[in-house]
Design a protein around this ligand. Structure first.
Ligand code: ADP
Ligand code: MG
Length: 276
């Protein structure tokens, strides 16, 4: 397969979909690990009070750990809260702790409440190739902070009934933020997750999504895989938990597509897959 080029500037990607359980967190951590394993420096920002991305990366995030909450609400520097991910060189995480659940309300009364994450990222001095932001399953101020901070939106879509339901709302929010706060923002990437090629439903949904969105949809889709769902309980991504599994290979392939698109190459990942 072709190499995974590094971007010239940091790419900030917001992984969002206000539906829960569609694969946002799984996609964030596994894409981040795939990119890091190929020589990129990658920061995952966990913006979900559940802290699932922090858990999946094996990052300590009990209540006393300095976290993204402190950055958003108490003006703490991002560099004070970032932790390296053990086992994956070049991968870092700004964890979420449970107090982030209160941030949605606490932010309301703060100045520049929509752009606090953006400001923290711009003040971060370490060189990075990618920042991936894992959003909570809502369109509140936390997600708005992510949309103001990022240029690209990555929407994971689960190949299930009602896959497209609710997406209109997310897309309208993207338009609003683009119009008022962040002119660079655009939906760059759609990723089909939990794809089961044996079912007609999955292929119908995939086709519907491709018709609806077109070139933003990655050629690579992520299969339903037990290995992917097991990895977080070991504090690992599937890339280190079971590197040869179909889940690991598909996330690597999706990461490669994203990297190549960043330099203007639209590469047919699905074909590379069958070639092996
Ligand atoms: P979200 O962050 O959108 O709420 P998650 O990434 O937490 O979604 O995924 C929801 C559940 O589905 C988790 O239990 C996760 O392990 C599981 N899951 C995600 N992707 C896959 C996949 N490709 N195959 C099997 N299970 C998956
Ligand atoms: Mg999640």
């Amino acid at each position: 397969p072709p190499p995974m080029p590094r971007p010239e500037q940091t790419r900030v990607m917001v992984v969002a979909n206000q539906k829960g359980g569609v694969g946002k967190t799984t996609t964030t951590v596994n894409l981040a690990a795939s990119l890091a394993l190929h020589g990129n420096r990658v920061l995952v920002i966990d913006l979900d009070p559940q802290g699932n991305a922090s858990t999946a990366l094996g990052i300590d995030h009990h209540a006393d750990v300095p976290s993204i909450y402190d950055v958003l609400v108490d003006n703490r520097k991002l560099s004070d809260v970032v932790q390296p991910v053990v086992d994956v060189e070049g991968l870092f995480c700004a964890p979420a702790t449970i107090d982030l659940a209160g941030a949605e309300i606490e932010l309301v009364s703060l100045v520049a409440r929509e752009s606090r994450l953006d400001r923290a990222i711009k003040a971060y001095q370490q060189p990075l190739d990618y920042i991936l932001i894992d959003c909570p399953p809502s369109l509140g101020l936390l997600t708005v902070n992510a949309l103001v901070a990022g240029a690209e939106v990555l929407i994971p879509i689960q190949c299930e009934y009602y896959a497209l339901e609710g997406l209109g709302q997310l897309l309208r929010n993207v338009e609003l933020v683009r119009g008022h706060l962040n002119p660079e923002l655009h939906v760059s990437t759609i990723l089909l997750t939990m794809y089961d090629g044996r079912t007609r439903l999955a292929s119908q949904v995939a086709e519907e999504v491709r018709t609806h969105f077109g070139k933003e949809v990655l050629r690579t889709s992520i299969p339903r895989s037990v290995r992917i769902s097991e990895a977080p309980s070991y504090g690992q991504t599937v890339l280190t938990y079971d590197p040869g599994s179909s889940g690991a290979l598909s996330y690597l392939e999706a990461a490669r597509e994203i990297a190549l698109r960043g330099v203007g190459v639209h590469y047919d990942g699905s074909r590379a897959h069958t070639v092996g």
